[in-house]
Design a protein. Structure first.
Length: 313
């Protein structure tokens, strides 16, 4: 397993460098400048570009970006917090921590609710419970997050006044309710659908028939024997899902005015603050790549028959 992990780390580094390069080139392909305002003059823009090294050839800028990142320097903000180190903005000012706290709660809610719902639907296959859960999960997957967030905001915040309209820095448990629901509802429904489908596949396997022949109850067969083998598709989905949620639900943070990494990323794009865009992209890509490695290792824990080194080398 150690050799496999080392290979994956090397591939992960190369993938991250490729993502950085593509992101950088796409940013610079968009017309305009972060220093372009109504009062700016060509001379002012030229001085600002020279100050931050944006007047150099693209390959030189890209090389400098990658070299600085390898040394731990994410650069400084060009516009939103001019001159402030990006590392300080993301990590020390609590933007990543805020998104992390919200994301972890959303992932936990999605798994703890989604998996039992999927098991319940599989256990009651063909009955009204299964039909109701299938309708709810299908709607949950189909409804856009911005629509759900708007409904939660109006219904829970404005009409019933159960939760604050603006969650802000998430102080107090009530401020978490609407954002966590908005962030976890789609993955919860998707996890439930995955669990139901994989559970039904597992039920048709030979070892389940053997368990039934021994006289075990259906509930015990589903929740004890079939559940473990049906978790692999769910684990596969949870890898990138966790990385995406933890780095901030862009729509959710924007709707509830949570000053997390997702909301800040949108603002950085609108303001063309290149270093913040790059840093946020790198953080997200690192989490996705890392979570995919964790998922591969989790496969082995769930099913010892899986060989991580199969097909490698």
């Amino acid at each position: 397993m150690a050799g496999y992990i080392i290979k994956r780390i090397i591939v992960a580094i190369l993938t991250l460098l490729l993502i950085m390069s593509i992101t950088f080139l796409l940013m610079n392909a968009v017309p305009g400048s972060p220093f372009l305002t109504e009062k700016s003059t060509p001379e002012m823009i030229a001085r600002a570009n020279a100050k931050y090294g944006l007047d150099k050839p693209l390959y030189v800028q890209l090389f400098n970006y990658i070299r600085n990142y390898l040394s731990g320097d994410m650069g400084t903000s060009l516009k939103m917090q001019e001159g402030t180190p990006v590392r300080k903005i993301i990590f020390e000012e609590g933007k990543f921590a805020l998104s992390f706290k919200l994301g972890v709660r959303a992932v936990i809610a999605a798994v703890l609710i989604g998996v039992p719902l999927g098991c319940l639907a599989a256990y009651n296959r063909g009955r009204w419970v299964d039909s109701v859960l299938r309708v709810v999960t299908t709607l949950g997957v189909a409804v856009p997050s911005f629509v759900l967030c708007a409904v939660l905001l109006i219904f829970l915040g404005v009409k019933l006044k159960w939760v604050p309209v603006i969650s802000g820095s998430l102080e107090g448990w009530k401020s978490y309710i609407a954002p966590v629901i908005g962030l976890s509802f789609y993955p919860m429904c998707y996890v439930a659908k995955l669990t139901r489908t994989s559970m039904l596949d597992a039920i048709n396997q030979d070892y389940i028939r053997t368990a039934r022949a021994k006289g075990l109850k259906t509930g015990r067969i589903i929740f004890k024997h079939a559940l473990r083998n049906s978790m692999i598709p769910v684990i596969t989905y949870l890898g990138p899902l966790t990385a995406g949620i933890v780095t901030g639900g862009f729509v959710v943070e924007q709707t509830f005015q949570i000053p997390g990494l997702g909301k800040y990323f949108i603002s950085s794009i609108l303001n063309r603050d290149y270093p913040i865009i790059m840093a946020t992209t790198v953080v997200l890509a690192t989490l996705v790549i890392g979570m995919n490695l964790v998922v591969d290792i989790a496969y082995k824990l769930v099913d010892p028959r899986i060989s991580l080194t199969k097909g490698e080398g």
